[in-house]
Design a protein around this ligand. Structure first.
Ligand code: BGC
Length: 745
């Protein structure tokens, strides 16, 4: 007995001596400040290990430091759901059975809620899905400004206004990052169309850059504290955005003090020397066919891999940049993969479906509602006809890197049927037109059979016959996620609805006066039939809960409150980029570079329409409700505002209708007399206010000098010129309700 005891005692002693020798190093001690951990880790690393941190080792992951137990960094698309797993070196599916997700509404829909609380809910929910799937970096959200309705990727962005996008991106970031998952805000910067996306060299003056294209990114960095940012594919000032001295060193890391990591877009890196010198920290996707393209290992041949190491070894570059880059990547790892209080996350939870539906409900925009055709009454005793391919087509597969593999997706037709039938309606369907019957992306297939052999006129005839007998006709059409629609790596070819949908809508309008058009898209479309259709709904790509959100609004379970985050023009030539003939660049002689000077300058979106007095089809900020809102007089708490003052502008808003609803009150400011050209007005505040019938609330906005400034490019500073300013409370950019003047001095 005695000898047994002593053996035990000896081993306990040995164990504690062992653990004392192996005390936790500072970099692994999560109780220590991140900067101490970063410096400690850096001090233990070889040059090879530091370089090893700076480039991918597979399609979506980069190396850690195996010897030190510093984990790999796993990235994922983004931005509407967590992308399914692909093979190590291929875009094809890995074939996992546990990587289905919830698809949240596309970011245009989120922007259309004009509600930062929705952005927080979105970010928190998608962040939880990313965390559960063990991802460290979510590749999104995107905040490139909507410059042309042809841009195939507008659905992944937050509209045409830098202020709105800036206010919406911040809570999204905070929600995601509260899960120990970094956002990677993209695509920085000036990536405003997809055609020639790798070879377009954008030229904008500094005023346009600072007033229009940078503010949402700045908000993401300064107010949102994003831990990473993605460089864009295009060039600016003849340098690719992923290694661009002006955008990365001077502005992002210099002026804004960004301490996170710059990640290249996949295949956006083109030059080792520029990548070393001009602020790129982490390179992805340079050779997208992985191991087959390279001497021994493609990843070692990346621009920031062996070629970088060789330059250091040859003494061509020092290690100052290397330490800075490694520090930033380590910081990203410590903030995510090695964070002390990393939560566990959750996937496909009821809460996430609820969030998706809530955001969809809040983002759907009621564009037109003549004679209060909508909502469809609760007690139905007749027939509803649903027409259109988009009523039955899954929209979560396709569109490029944002394509998903969802656990489920409620189709518009199914959502409408379920709600309508529960209210006593009989629902029928007619195809109306054939769009794109395929449904596959990188090996994920919808499994839907949408094949159709009847001719276009047969389909229209069937729809018209059925429409004549229906009490209501709901046409669900728009764009889809196929090439040259709302899809990455291509732009649309026109503003028109594709697949002959205009003819179907015209025919239905002639057959039945109770026609509702539901447009599913991430972009504006032309509506030559607008006056003939009493009710029009902008429904976006709504993700997993699409059909339920659409039904919620059509049947009045939800009173619509979304407002457009971009202008619907009547025709393409009414858009600044097209009116100035500068949508795409001009090819340089003997070079594969397209020089693209943005001809409309700061006059993007409603700024163009307002200033040039071109009436839109539907204005930025437009969106109706099933109730009405009256605005009282806008008043200012002072008439004179000094340099360091704030001014509070207050407007009473009353729900003057019969049902509860929410209004998004917009504050625009204009500077009628200025030494430089200014847009007619600019958005400087917004608030969503919920009101019961008859209820009035005061809505207040407090602004300071920042709301009055333009960017003085010559002196590189923001300037507010003394004089008169006008504040306007509006329900849309083309619907001013009350205004007040004040002086800045
Ligand atoms: C896209 C990015 C995306 C990346 C990874 C690129 O083609 O532009 O937005 O995050 O691929 O899939």
């Amino acid at each position: 007995m005695k000898s047994l005891y002593s053996v035990f005692a000896v081993s306990v002693l040995a164990l504690s001596a062992f653990s004392q020798n192996r005390s936790v190093p500072v970099y692994k001690d999560a109780s220590k400040p991140i900067e101490e951990r970063v410096e400690d880790a850096l001090s233990r690393m070889t040059v090879e290990e530091k370089v090893g941190l700076l480039h991918a080792q597979s399609k979506f992951c980069s190396r850690g430091v195996q010897r030190l137990g510093i984990p790999e960094l796993w990235t994922t698309d983004g931005p509407h759901g967590i992308r399914p797993e692909v093979l190590w070196d291929e875009w094809e599916q890995a074939g996992w059975g546990n990587d289905s997700c919830v698809a949240f509404p596309a970011l245009t829909c989120l922007a259309a809620t004009w509600d930062p609380e929705m952005a927080l809910l979105y970010g928190t929910s998608i962040g939880e899905e990313a965390r559960y799937r063990e991802k460290d970096v979510l590749l999104g959200p995107g905040v490139n400004i909507y410059r042309t309705p042809l841009n195939g990727r507008n659905f992944e962005y937050m509209g045409e206004d830098p202020y709105l996008a800036g206010k919406m991106v911040v809570p999204y970031i905070k929600g995601v990052q509260s899960n120990g998952v970094a956002t990677c805000v993209k695509h920085y910067a000036l990536n405003n169309h997809e055609v020639n996306r790798h070879t377009t060299n954008v030229a904008v003056d500094d005023r346009t850059l600072y007033e229009i294209y940078l503010p949402a990114f700045k908000a993401a960095v300064v107010d949102g504290g994003t831990w990473s940012i993605m460089g864009a594919y295009n060039l600016y000032k003849d340098q690719h955005a992923c290694h661009n001295k002006y955008l990365l060193n001077d502005i992002l890391k210099g002026e804004w003090g960004f301490d996170g990591a710059v990640i290249s877009d996949w295949g956006g890196t083109h030059d080792t020397d520029e990548a070393i010198a001009n602020g790129l920290d982490l390179e992805f996707g340079s050779w997208t066919n992985g191991l087959s393209n390279g001497r021994s290992n493609a990843y070692d041949n990346y621009y920031l891999a062996d070629p970088y190491l060789a330059r250091i070894k040859d003494g061509k570059v020092g290690t100052t940049e290397l330490d800075d880059k490694a520090r930033r990547v380590l910081r990203l790892i410590f903030r995510t993969a090695m964070s002390a209080d990393k939560p566990f996350g959750s996937l496909c939870s009821d809460e996430h479906y609820d969030a998706a539906r809530k955001i969809g409900d809040a983002g759907i925009v009621l564009l037109r509602n003549e004679g209060q055709l909508l909502p469809i009454p609760n007690q139905g005793k007749g027939r509803i006809l649903v027409v259109g391919e988009n009523a039955i087509k899954m929209m979560t597969v396709g569109g490029g890197s944002s394509s998903l593999k969802v656990q489920h997706e409620v189709l518009p037709y199914d959502g409408i049927c379920e709600m309508a039938e529960s209210m006593g309606w009989t629902v029928d369907y007619a195809r109306g037109y054939v769009g794109d019957v395929t449904g596959a992306y990188n090996g994920v297939t919808t499994g839907q059979d949408l094949s159709e052999s009847r001719s276009a006129s047969e389909l229209i005839d069937e729809a018209v016959e059925k429409a004549k007998k229906a009490d209501y006709v709901i046409f669900v059409g728009g764009l889809n996620k196929s090439k040259r629609q709302d899809c990455e790596d291509s732009d649309r070819e026109s503003l028109e609805l594709p697949y002959g949908q205009n003819a179907v809508i015209e025919a239905l309008a002639a057959a039945n006066k109770n026609l509702i058009v539901v447009n599913v898209s991430g972009n504006a479309v032309a509506m030559p039939w607008v006056k003939k259709v009493p009710a029009i709904v902008q429904a976006w790509f709504l993700g997993s809960e699409a059909g339920n959100s659409i039904a919620d609004v059509l049947f009045g379970k939800v009173n619509p409150s979304g407002k457009l985050p971009f202008t619907f023009p009547v025709r393409l030539d009414d858009v600044g980029a097209h009116a100035t003939n500068s949508y795409l660049g001009i090819k340089r002689d003997k070079e594969n570079v397209w020089d693209n000077t943005y001809g409309e300058g700061i006059l993007v979106g409603y700024r163009w329409h307002d200033t040039k007095k071109i009436a839109p089809l539907f204005a930025f900020g437009h969106g109706l409700s099933y109730t009405t809102f009256d605005y009282g007089k806008l008043r200012a708490d002072k008439q004179r505002m000094g340099d360091t003052d704030e001014i509070t502008l207050t407007v009473p808003v009353t729900n003057s209708g019969k049902v509860a609803g929410a209004e998004i009150v917009q504050l625009y400011i204009s500077d009628p007399k200025c030494s430089v050209m200014r847009p007619a007005k600019e958005l400087k505040g917004f608030a969503k206010v919920f009101l019961q019938p008859g209820e009035t609330r005061e809505v207040s906005f407090t602004v300071n000098k920042d709301a009055l400034c333009y960017f003085d490019a010559d002196n590189h500073m923001w300037v507010a010129e003394p004089g008169k300013f006008v504040a306007v409370a509006a329900s849309a950019s083309d619907a001013p309700r009350s205004s007040v003047e004040f002086n800045f001095e």
